[in-house]
Design a protein around this ligand. Structure first.
Ligand code: NAD
Ligand code: LMR
Length: 329
């Protein structure tokens, strides 16, 4: 190892996503095969013992890139010196529960974590919020980190993006690698809008290749938007390995960039683009260059897409107003 290790803080490390995520970080899949990492795990006191068990297993993995694992039950210590922070720890949605119900329960977690990031994270900190309701939790954390550039706070819609890629690939019988420029707009919730109108499949427009408006409106969009609930229904627990995989993708792309001629989806702080109120953390089509996510500009949005983007952004606005009322931002 020639380079100093990158500090990666993971909250909720003893949870099911944490278990799927940590070994992939340690193996180099988050930051690349040449970047050593030091893991800093944050858990609530009752789960520290379980996190210690995971740390024993991480040691047993003998990962050449893993410089060490430290465990904390104090946010200030866990985020001290963090270069990358994966905010996974939250209360998962259980059967029949909507994300709105989680706002209050989770809001209290993300305020102190934002403060801790503000107080002690490294200057180049990049934050990905996975814990639901992810967009609004990211907004809460960001609001309490006034010294960190707002653009460093993001929330995960890469899982939705990957789900959309998989559904379109199945429908058209093409490998996912041939699909470019899909986009998820709005909230990581059932109101999200997976958009194929700008997508390309083997160089052709995806909506034209599908040529089936009923499938788009009645099958594709609801399948992607409600996939989280379908997995909860089937497994009796929310998605874990696919969520961990998407978190790896999100940070890897952020650090290493998007390929020429493609983009991805991430929930980032709105600059007012596409009529999304400034400051909301909403999903957009984004490119990544030089360690920065940027919203793809200049896309034409037709009426069909406009109505769906507006509905999801409206939900984000309501979540923001609700946490404001609760004094969380
Ligand atoms: P889990 O219950 O298995 O694990 C959560 C862990 O977080 C637990 O170990 C718990 O002790 C810990 N935790 C709780 N409060 C904490 C705090 N204040 N600080 C540190 N750790 C804390 O849940 P999971 O299945 O790993 O899911 C985690 C979150 O990710 C949930 O909110 C879930 O809804 C969300 N999720 C998001 C996406 C997405 O696409 N954005 C996908 C799947 C799951
Ligand atoms: C998912 O999309 O799988 C997660 O966000 C789980 C959920 O709460 O829907």
């Amino acid at each position: 190892m020639t380079q100093a290790p990158v500090n990666v803080t993971v909250t909720g490390a003893a949870g099911q996503i944490g278990y799927a995520l940590l070994f992939r970080i340690a193996s180099g899949q988050l930051l690349g095969p040449d970047t050593p990492v030091r893991l800093r795990l944050l858990e609530i006191p009752q789960a520290v013992k379980a996190a210690e068990g995971t740390a024993l297993e991480l040691e047993d993995g003998a990962f050449p890139l893993l410089a060490g694992t430290d465990i904390f039950d104090d946010a200030k210590q866990a985020f001290a010196g963090a270069n990358v922070a994966l905010l996974v720890g939250a209360r998962p949605r259980t059967k029949g529960m909507e994300r709105g119900d989680l706002l209050e329960a989770n809001g209290g977690i993300f305020k102190p974590q934002g403060e801790a990031i503000n107080a002690g994270a490294a200057d180049d900190i990049k934050v990905l919020v996975v814990g639901n309701p992810a967009n609004t939790n990211a907004l809460i954390a960001q609001a309490h980190a006034p010294d960190v550039p707002a653009e460093r706070f993001t929330a995960m819609t890469r899982l939705d993006h990957n789900r959309a890629l998989a559904q379109l690939s199945k429908k058209l019988g093409v490998p996912v690698s041939e699909i470019k420029k899909l986009a998820i707009w709005g909230n990581h919730s059932a109101t999200q809008y997976p958009d194929i109108f700008h997508a390309e499949v083997a160089g052709k427009n995806a909506a034209e290749a599908v040529n089936d408006q009923a499938w788009l409106a009645d099958t594709f969009i609801p399948t992607v938007a409600k996939r989280g609930a379908a997995i909860i229904e089937a497994r009796g627990a929310s998605s874990a390995a696919s969520a961990a995989s998407a978190a790896i993708d999100h940070v890897h792309t952020w650090v290493n960039g998007t390929p020429e001629g493609d983009w991805t989806s991430a929930a980032v702080v709105s600059d007012g683009s596409y009529g999304v109120p400034e400051g909301l953390i909403s999903s957009f089509p984004v490119t990544a260059r030089n360690g920065k996510y940027e919203i793809v500009q200049g896309l034409e949005i037709d009426e069909f897409s406009r109505a769906r983007i507006d509905a999801s952004v409206q939900e984000l606005t309501e979540e923001r107003d609700a946490v404001k009322k609760l004094g969380l931002i």
